[in-house]
Each structure stands twice: as C-alpha cells, then as structure tokens.
Design a protein around this ligand. Structure first.
Ligand code: FAD
Length: 443
C-alpha cells in the first residue's frame, strides 16, 4: 500500500476512515457516482494497517450462503483494483481525531502519524478494531475467533497443549466481553491438568482493570490477566513477539500464538477516534448509530460496515459503503450549493432528464490558489490533439500540473500558458473545455 502524504492542503469531498470492504466500496462509489451530469467526488481512504482490505483479507469470504465463496483476498483485490483505477489515494495513517470548527464548512482529520487532512464529509468505516500487521501472521501464530465455539474449543485445547508441552507462549486477546471465552479456556486448562502458573499471563485484555474487579474468574485467577492493547506483531515468518501498549507505554513481549477474540469486539468495538465538538453518535456499547441512509447525528459524517454493529458480513459492509457514499455525495453537492443540478441514477433511474446547460463546477479566477481534481490521462490526450507539435519533454512538464489532486496557484496557470505559448484567455477557454468534458474540476 503506497504511503501518500502529498494531500495535506487538499480539501477532499469525502474522507473515508478504514480500507476494509465498507471503506473501499464507499470510496469507489463516491468517485464514480455513475449518473449523467454527476461530477466525481474527490475521495481519500485512510488505513492504519500495512494492508488494505480489512478483515476480508483473513479468510475465504462467503458472500451469501455456504455454496460459493471468494478465495482469501479475492474480494479485497477486486475492490483495490477499482480504487487504483480511479486513482483514489489510500493514505497510511491512523485517524485519531475528527474536528469541525464552529460554523466551518469542512472537517479536519488528524492522523497518529502527524498529518492533518481536510474534507467536506467523513465516512467512518473503521470496522471493529484498527488492524496493524496481523494479516502477515494469520495462520502462522495469529488466529481469530470467528468460527463458532466448537472450533474455538478445539483450537484452544490444541494451543494450550502445545504451549504447555513446548514452552510456547499463548495469549488470548480481547476486551471485557471475553469472559465467556475465558471461562471456556479455564475449563480446558483444568481438563489438561496444566499448571496455570506456567501460562501466566494468559489473557491480554483491552480494558481498564477496574472493569473486571468484580468478576468471579478474575478474582480467582488474577495472575492470568494482563491489560493493554496489541499494536504490532513481530516474527520471522511465524509469530514471535507482540508490541503491547499500556498506560501510554509500549513494550515488546514473547508470544508464539495469539488468539484475537473477535467475539468480544463484536460486543464492543475498539474505536479510538475522538470527535470534536463531542457528539453522541454511539450506542451504549460504542457502535456508531446510523440512519437507513448511513447518516450519523453529525451533519456530514456517515458510517458503514462493522462499526455500525451487527450483523457482521462483507456483503452488508459493501452495500452500506455504497449507501454512505451516495449520502455523502448528496450532502457535499448541497454544500456546494448545486442542489437541483445533480442527480443519482440510484434515486432517479427512470425520470432523470439531463440538463443541457448543466455545469457542475465554475472557475473562480479571482482566487490565488485553486484545488483541482483532474483526469490526467484524458487531459494528456486532449493536449496532444490540440498541440500536436509539442515535444514530449514539454508535455511531461505540462502534465506535472494535471495530476489527480493538486492545488494550483495563479502562477501555475501563468506557467502553463507560457509553456503552451497561449494567452491567459485562451488557457481559460481550454480549462473551461476540460471542465465541460468532465476532465477537470475546480473547487
Ligand atoms: C476469519 C473471518 C472470516 C469471515 N468470513 C466472512 C464470510 O465468509 N462472509 C462474510 O460476509 N463476512 C465474513 N467475515 C466478516 C467480514 O470480514 C466483516 O464483516 C467485514 O470485513 C467488515 O468490513 P468493514 O469494512 O466494516 O470492516 P473491516 O474489514 O474491519 O475494515 C476496517 C478497516 O479500518 C481500519 N481502521 C480502523 N480504525 C482506523 C483508524 N482510526 N484509522 C485508519 N484506519 C482504521 C482497520 O485497520 C481495517 O483495515 C469474516 C471475518 C473474519 C475475521
């Protein structure tokens, strides 16, 4: 996944948190609204893990019933192909804050990596928890409780036996809702007649210790519990260590096998994004509440996929991503005061009559800096056709200005007119033509 940090000054129409099935499908739909007269939105996806695709990377994905499925990563690969096709940047950063200034028209998203990004709308598609690099070790030390209790039972007995025999470190990672699983493990350890001390700590819980103090099992076996958040996995092919963040400090610990208890995150997600001004967009366990159109209580903030609660499935995530993207599109177009001039095929499939004078974007030449959104390949074709004698290196220089997302200053337009040897008025006409052809958008 390429790291892209060149968008700090660009105001995206929509910023999507999370590159799982919900986020990727939202991004593609936002960029490709697929309606006559609709101008594509600028979209960026933020992903904190090493790999785009979210949980759908982990196993073969059954889309409906059990009779057919997409191989591991297949669905993800297809979504990523479309994201690339539309040149949607996937920015590697963990979003930690979303802020909207009072009376402001855009949101600022802050990343853990120090970046600040601007957008007119936000789609939260962060799933049940931020991933790091667990996919690298999936099946090689990292397992996930997603396969029902029979499977978990067998796996736990196998892991515990192995850990006890071969001095391996086995960790179960979850939150305060892991107690069901913990009781299952305790009975498995009792059956194996394994020494509990040898395994300590066995459970790593992403919660405040105080939340478990009244729990019977915790009271009986406190030495089996540690508290913290796994932030990274290490090993040479197989898992060897984990980095755990606790009380603001990160430490590395031996771990040969980690079972991530998704059943607990299904009951309370790990959503670490602060929202300002604070708004109650969550239900009592921390999932984001949305309307049927994917809207949250904050105007301009939408959500889709696992972060909105059960039922957890890829097809639902993909569909909800599309819905949230359409809603964000409507919101952004209204914000740009173009209401009435846009339509969506999904809402007006039968009766949409394109307006011949329709023009989505106007040029405002009085502004010093102009954020532009362009389709570089098609622009190059037009420039080649209009300036057939322009040598290749000149064309390369020109194309530096026509990239997918860019802020152009007035002096850049002057440079372009100089390079093409045309007047500013002629350049304006050329730009207007590109806008009419929907190859160039100017905010
Ligand atoms: C082993 C397994 C098997 C499954 N099998 C099936 C199946 O057969 N059929 C089916 O329909 N479903 C299946 N599921 C469930 C399905 O994978 C999920 O429902 C689906 O992936 C949810 O998509 P999502 O985009 O909402 O969330 P996710 O896939 O969880 O993606 C969310 C992404 O957001 C990122 N993120 C989180 N927070 C931040 C942040 N603050 N900043 C930046 N990025 C962030 C995460 O790193 C992650 O990549 C399975 C899940 C697992 C684990």
């Amino acid at each position: 996944m390429p790291v892209r940090n060149d968008f700090i000054n660009f105001t995206f129409d929509t910023a999507i948190i999370g590159a799982g099935p919900a986020g990727l499908s939202a991004a593609v739909r936002a960029r490709f609204v697929k309606s006559r007269g609709a101008f594509p939105m600028s979209a960026a996806v933020f992903e904190c893990s090493e790999t785009a695709g979210g949980l759908a990377n982990f196993g073969g994905t059954k889309i409906t019933g059990p009779s057919f499925h997409l191989e591991r990563g297949e669905l993800t690969a297809r979504l990523i192909k479309d994201v690339k096709l539309f040149d949607i940047p996937i920015i590697k950063d963990r979003i930690v804050k979303i802020k909207k200034a009072a009376g402001g028209s855009h949101f600022t998203l802050s990343g853990a990596g120090g970046g600040n990004y601007r957008s007119r709308s936000v789609i939260i598609a962060s799933g049940m928890r931020p991933l790091s690099n667990e996919i690298q070790f999936f099946g090689n030390g990292v397992e996930i409780t997603y396969m029902g209790y029979d499977f978990i039972n067998k796996m736990i007995s196998g892991f515990i036996g192995d850990a006890a025999r071969n001095d391996k470190k086995f960790i179960i990672y979850g939150n305060k809702y892991s107690m069901n699983l913990i009781n299952l493990v305790i009975s498995a350890v009792n059956c194996l007649k394994t020494d509990f001390d040898k395994m300590s700590p066995l459970f790593l819980i992403d919660a405040d210790e105080k939340e478990l103090t009244n729990d019977k099992t915790f009271k009986k076996y406190p030495f089996l519990f540690a508290f913290g958040k796994i932030v990274k996995f290490y090993g040479n092919g197989r898992l060897e260590k984990i980095a755990v963040e606790s009380g603001g400090r990160v430490s590395c610990e031996k771990a040969d096998r980690v079972l991530i208890d998704y059943n607990s995150f299904e009951l309370a997600p790990d959503f670490g994004v602060k929202i300002y001004p604070a708004a109650d967009i969550f239900d009592k366990t921390g999932f984001v509440k949305i309307s049927a159109s994917g809207a949250t209580k904050i105007k301009g903030v939408f959500a889709a996929g696992d972060i909105t609660g059960p039922y957890y499935s890829v097809s639902r995530a993909v569909a909800a991503g599309i819905t949230a993207a359409f809603s964000a599109y409507e919101y952004v177009m209204r914000l740009k005061k173009r209401s009435g001039g846009y339509s969506l095929f999904a809402y007006k499939a039968r009766n949409f009559i394109p307006d011949t004078g329709y023009r989505e974007i106007d040029i405002d030449s009085s502004r010093d800096e102009t954020p532009v959104l362009s389709k570089p390949a098609k622009i190059k074709k037009i420039l080649r056709a209009k300036f057939p004698d322009a040598p290749g290196p000149l064309m390369d220089k020109l194309m530096v200005y026509f990239v997918q997302y860019k802020i152009l200053a007035k002096k850049d337009f002057e440079e372009i007119s100089k390079l093409l040897n045309i007047s500013f008025i002629e350049l304006n006409d050329l730009i207007a033509f590109m806008i009419d052809e929907k190859l160039l958008g100017i905010e």
